[in-house]
Write a protein that binds this ligand. Structure first.
Ligand SMILES: Nc1ncnc2c1ncn2[C@@H]1O[C@H](COP(=O)(O)OP(=O)(O)OP(=O)(O)O)[C@@H](O)[C@H]1O
Length: 987
């Protein structure tokens, strides 16, 4: 009969009678038996077979075909259709069918012997009225008492972004009831108890901690019953019941070890709230109901499926209150859930398999079902393909569900079905030993962390959101902790004595105590300070004191100097150089662009000119990629001989042929643009070259013998203020110095956000005119150099040169962009600085470090193309002198205007960087290149987990303080060695 139903559909599509006959015979001959799965009928049979047979027929509906199929309406219902309307869109066809409403089963069977009727007891489920007859009572209200879950917090996740593939086949039968109840495990295990301390944090929610007494201090030597590395790095083959195919599937997807598997964290949790009201397509919901049928169905020679039908009662919002007789009854309505799993492959179609499949679910069992619902055409029927089903043994179980468990949504990996992954993970969790935690108990207690095994259970199978949160916190803590521990451990390893190691850790713990007063600075440094045309700000003074304190110690410094744009970091770095030069050593100053190298070089020469000569002035050289070969050779010789005491340059400074005689400090400006590995290379190279220090042997009394073999100090400077969190993640092995104030006399830059339309630009041009008339200089910043066909809305620097020159005929315009040759760029900047050009059309090349103090206005075209932190950097190019400055951000889309408004409100770089971090995440804040140097955190998000990073940093200091070589914490050491060397990622 189903075949005939198909006929209706096909006829309505215009297939020929002949073709249809052939199609029907084709189907009947091949014995399509279990025809009630309508999706199979249409999805599998028609596309693959009938359509090829009936291709491009032009004949109309063959009325004859209907003659033998009277009563088709019922059959359509049997098939799971909501009557004939479902079966055909063709109105005429529907009418014809209705005329033959009498259903003669025997006739149908005679004509189509392969069709079995009345096989499934759930037929009436598809009939909108049958279940109300009272003959079936899917779920008596008394059975439901206490079972219906309470809605949980709604703001978990957006279900729309959680879908995994739905059509993938699930070739696993042994674990249909795979959901693992944390609470059950908890009850089974005598080792677990409630922890009063954690209860406080998470309200009354269940928290898991060991029942055994905890050590109060991390100083206790670790004695873990099971080594974490031993367990987590076991092959996944130890998971029971894995077939060979599954094993190779998992291994091909990168899940070689239990660690890899358990670290496949849920992407989010779905809100499995009780469907108390309306059920919408695509929602993740949780239901409690009664199994009314379970069928393993062979759909074809190689295709089978399991369908479990669960009847539930839910609140009915559609009930018309006027019709209510008994209010309690009328508020509830019955719905039917069709849980489906599909199997492809001949071996899954055999009867024993199918029987085994259907017997997994027993009729009459009260179950809790969760998953994504899809509405079916028949009212009150819903399909769930990826589901969790748990049998409620008795009413006591209801408490588990009453809380509404978070439903973990896994990201799929290499096409693995998330549901399959969920199942395997749940099996792996069952093998988790209880006593598994390499982090000392003192630390977990201090920072109120779950123990590791609870964290794994909590993240994969939380009973509630608080537990998932605590688990997440613990796992994030681990990510940060091992990163910090690794970085600090490496640094300690490089030091000789215990005093040195303690000194280093102290430096991180109490940075405020580590500073050297100005009186103790070298003469060279003091003279340089005197030569400055301004006095240092308090922040600059304390930053210099901290750095000099470090320089005087026999331990290589590794410090990050941070400050808002224009706060005067360069001069602090120069002072650090003067200090080592004053002690007879060399300094190297590496910057990312030639433009900046030239600027620093000229600036320094200018300051040195004014410096009082006491014991000679430092000899300074500039070495970049554009330095003429002969001159470069000369400079290299000078560095090797120790004749040059300070070299400023670009990447060329770390070229192999550059050798230093006695390098004592390397300043790395814009450190992130070089990357961690480059810094390391720089370090290593300098270390070996400084061994043969000529100057060191002839140095002042400060230098000791051990200094000769010491690696140089590294002072990294970040021009982009980055939130402390990011700084720790990027430079976890560095001490941090911040300049928090700006030089006096700076007036905040006035920021305007203007829409980049015709009127907007007219206004901008007027403001430029006023500025130029008043003697100001204007930067115009463009997102691109040349106009592009792909992005015609973007204004381009080169293309605009003519327009702007015409618009401002009385003023000179210059052009500066990255494609220009280095001497052309220098010349363009020189002319602008000297006032020979008044308007400089430029790209982002000016973002870093360009310092023209009397530039007083900036217009950023298509400002929506830049990040907030980047715009703040750009804006920092103006307002560097005493002249009042303005910055105009022109946005070509109205939607972006709001985002830019934050720049109008604040000029605090740290605040803006935090905003950017929150809005766009670390990747965008740092830019592609810099974020490439960020360690990859599988679960942590730097923008929101900053406090955990800080805690992890302190915990790492504490642990290393107790055992420099981690010998006291053998498990921790083993685990550290197993973790990926995060600091090298991205380089
Ligand atoms: N204490 C001070 N008083 C007055 N002016 C100062 C002071 N310190 C630095 N300056 C001036 O401020 C300007 C900016 O300094 P500098 O280039 O060192 O800043 P920066 O922090 O490196 O900025 P950016 O991050 O933009 O590169 C320079 O013109 C410098 O001469």
């Amino acid at each position: 009969m189903a075949v005939v139903a198909s006929v209706v559909h096909l006829c309505s599509m215009g297939f020929s009678e002949k073709c249809l006959r052939r199609a029907i015979i084709f189907e009947a001959e091949r014995g399509y038996r279990n025809i009630f799965g309508r999706s199979l009928r249409y999805n599998n049979f028609f596309p693959s077979n009938i359509l090829t047979l009936c291709f491009r027929s032009k004949l109309n509906f063959p009325e004859k075909m209907l003659e033998g199929v009277a009563g088709y309406e019922k059959e359509s219902i049997l098939m799971g259709y909501n009557g004939l309307d479902d079966l055909s869109d063709n109105a005429r066809a529907r009418e014809k069918l209705r005329e033959n409403i009498e259903f003669d089963v025997s006739l149908a069977r005679k004509q189509f012997p392969s069709i079995t009727l009345g096989y499934f007891p759930t037929v009436e489920l598809y009939d909108g009225t049958a279940h109300c007859s009272g003959s079936r009572e899917p779920l008596a209200p008394e059975n439901l008492k206490g079972y219906l879950p309470i809605p949980v917090d709604a703001n978990w996740a957006d279900p729309n972004c959680m879908y995994g593939p739905t059509d993938t086949l699930y070739a696993e039968i042994s674990n249909i009831n795979s959901s693992y109840l944390l609470e059950e495990k908890l009850k089974e295990s005598p080792m677990y108890s409630r922890s009063p301390s954690l209860e406080t944090e998470a309200g009354n929610d269940l928290q898991l901690t060991r029942g055994e007494p905890c050590s109060s201090s991390s100083s206790q030597t670790q004695q873990t019953a099971v080594s974490v590395a031993e367990f987590l790095d076991k092959s996944i083959s130890c998971i029971s019941g894995l077939t060979k195919r599954q094993l190779s599937q998992l291994e091909n997807s990168g899940f070689y070890t239990l660690r890899k598997l358990l670290h496949h964290f849920p992407r989010s949790y779905a809100d499995l709230q009780n469907a108390e009201v309306e059920i919408d397509d695509g929602q993740y919901l949780i239901f409690v109901g009664k199994i009314i049928s379970s069928r393993g169905i062979r759909a074809s020679l190689s295709f089978s499926f399991l369908e479990v039908v669960v009847a539930c009662e839910i609140a009915d919002i559609e009930t018309n209150s006027e019709c209510m007789v008994n209010e309690d009854e009328s508020r509830r309505r019955k719905i039917y859930l069709h849980l489906k799993k599909f199997f492809r492959g001949a071996r899954f179609t055999c009867q024993p398999f199918l029987r085994c499949l259907q017997e997994k679910h027993k009729e009459g069992d009260i179950v809790c079902v969760s998953g994504k619902v899809r509405t079916m055409r028949c009212k009150d029927h819903f399909e769930i393909r990826e589901y969790n089903i748990d049998v409620l043994k008795d009413e006591e179980d209801s408490s588990v569900y009453a809380k509404g468990r978070p439903y973990p949504i896994y990201p799929s990996k290499k096409g693995l079905n998330p549901d399959f992954l969920r199942d395997i993970i749940s099996r792996a969790l069952k093998t988790l030993p209880i006593n598994l935690d390499p982090i000392p108990k003192g630390v977990t207690q201090d920072y109120r962390l779950l123990c590791l095994s609870d964290a794994y259970i909590g993240i994969h199978q939380p009973t509630n959101l608080n537990q998932a949160d605590l688990a997440r916190k613990r796992l994030i803590f681990d990510e940060f902790f091992y990163l910090q521990l690794g970085k600090l451990f490496q640094m300690l390893e490089g030091l000789g004595t215990k005093i040195e190691k303690d000194g280093l850790l102290d430096r991180y713990r109490k940075p405020e105590l580590n500073s050297t007063f100005m009186e103790e600075w070298s003469c060279m440094t003091k003279n340089f300070v005197k030569a400055l045309p301004y006095s240092l700000t308090p922040s600059q003074l304390s930053a210099t004191s901290e750095i000099i304190w470090d320089i005087k110690r026999p331990v290589p410094m590794n410090r990050l100097l941070q400050g808002d744009v224009g706060c005067g970091k360069t001069v602090v770095a120069f002072l650090a150089c003067m200090e080592v030069i004053g002690s007879g050593y060399q300094a190297a100053f590496m910057v990312p662009t030639e433009l900046l190298a030239v600027q620093h070089y000229e600036n320094l020469l200018h300051l040195l000119e004014k410096m009082e000569e006491v014991h000679g002035k430092p000899s300074v050289a500039l070495l970049t990629g554009s330095t003429p070969t002969k001159q470069a050779q000369f400079i290299r010789k000078g560095l090797q001989a120790g004749d040059i005491s300070l070299v400023i340059g670009t990447h060329s400074l770390i070229a192999e042929k550059v050798e230093f005689s006695a390098l004592r400090i390397a300043i790395v400006d814009e450190q992130h643009r070089f990357g961690v590995v480059q810094r390391g290379r720089f370090n290593g190279k300098l270390y070996f070259n400084s061994i043969n220090s000529k100057l060191a042997s002839a140095s002042s009394k400060d230098s000791q013998k051990s200094d000769i073999v010491m690696a140089p100090h590294v002072l990294a400077m970040s021009a982009t203020p980055i939130p402390r969190t990011l700084a720790l993640a990027l430079y976890g092995d560095m001490s941090l110095t911040q300049i928090t104030d700006l030089p006096p006399g700076r007036t905040p830059v006035e920021t305007y956000i203007i829409e980049g339309n015709e009127t907007g630009f007219e206004k901008i041009y007027q403001m430029m005119e006023e500025e130029l008339v008043g003697g100001g200089k204007v930067y115009l910043v463009y997102p691109v150099i040349e106009q592009s066909e792909q992005l015609p809305q973007l204004r381009a620097a080169s293309a605009d040169l003519e327009t702007i020159s015409r618009r401002f005929p009385d003023y000179n315009c210059g052009l500066l962009h990255g494609k220009m040759k280095s001497d052309e760029k220098d010349e363009a900047l020189r002319r602008f600085r000297a006032g020979e050009t008044n308007i400089l059309l430029s790209t982002q090349v000016i973002e870093i470090g360009v310092d023209v103090p009397d530039a007083s206005m900036m217009v950023v075209m298509n400002a929506e193309r830049f990040g907030i932190a980047q715009l703040h950097q750009l804006r920092g190019r103006v307002g560097r002198g005493e002249r009042k400055s303005k910055c105009i951000l022109s946005a070509s889309t109205t939607t972006s205007l709001n985002r830019l408004k934050v720049l109008g409100k604040s000029s605090d770089g740290f605040y803006l960087a935090n905003m950017d971090l929150l809005l766009r995440g670390p990747g965008d804040l740092l830019g592609k290149k810099q974020s490439g140097h960020l360690p990859e955190f599988p679960i942590a998000r730097l923008e929101i987990d900053g406090n955990i990073l800080q805690e992890a940093h302190l915990a790492a200091l504490k642990v290393l303080g107790e055992s420099h070589d981690l010998e006291k914490f053998s498990d921790l050491k083993a685990e550290l060695s197993m973790r990926q060397p995060l600091c090298f990622l991205g380089d």
